[in-house]
Design a protein around this ligand. Sequence first.
Ligand SMILES: C[S@@+](CC[C@H](N)C(=O)[O-])C[C@H]1O[C@@H](n2cnc3c(N)ncnc32)[C@H](O)[C@@H]1O
Length: 193
Amino acid sequence: MSSFSDAMIFLREFVKNPRQLGSVIPSSGFLKRRIMRAAGVHQAKTIVELGPGNGGTTRSILAAMPADARLLSIELNEGLYQLSSGISDQRYIAHHGDAHELAAILSQYGLDQPDVVISGIPFSCMEREAGAALIERIHGLLQPGGRFVAYQVNPRVDQLNTFFKADNARSVAWEWLSIPPLRVWRWQKQTAA
Ligand SMILES: C[S@@+](CC[C@H](N)C(=O)[O-])C[C@H]1O[C@@H](n2cnc3c(N)ncnc32)[C@H](O)[C@@H]1O
């Protein structure tokens, strides 16, 4: 399918459910490159993508990650799941479901604890308690030294995140070459002492 028709499906799903998608168009190439760098995808072993949408970010992860790495994407929206599950790569698993079920989904596929979690899901559109619980779960599941990267317009994800405690655990950068411009947050779990 062409990227134009993928973008049209994304727009259609946004019109049906704006709070779930959080954005009217898929991520720009500039944003995708910033996300890949922030997450250190090129040296990851097990990557989880929450909210792959039409699969644009998924393709960027697959292009950047090592040949022996694994990628699991979790997409709630049925129409968009159909797009992300159409990507054919032996290293890739597409799951139709809810990011909140992350632990059960990882064990369903027998995957190791991730060293990278990348999230485009709109934390600002979920209940505060649910958002905090999801971040706590991500922190708990990440390997020591693992990275959690979230790209958002709204700073709610940062406000809810009290789980990555080391002083140097957090960084944030704006991506202006994106519609709309948004921030890419990166947190790193402490390595074992
Ligand atoms: C802003 S879009 C990002 C799409 C794509 N990754 C990109 O950057 O172009 C957010 C995506 O998160 C999905 N989403 C929202 N809540 C979710 C949840 N609880 N679990 C899994 N996916 C979710 C939406 O359906 C949507 O595809």
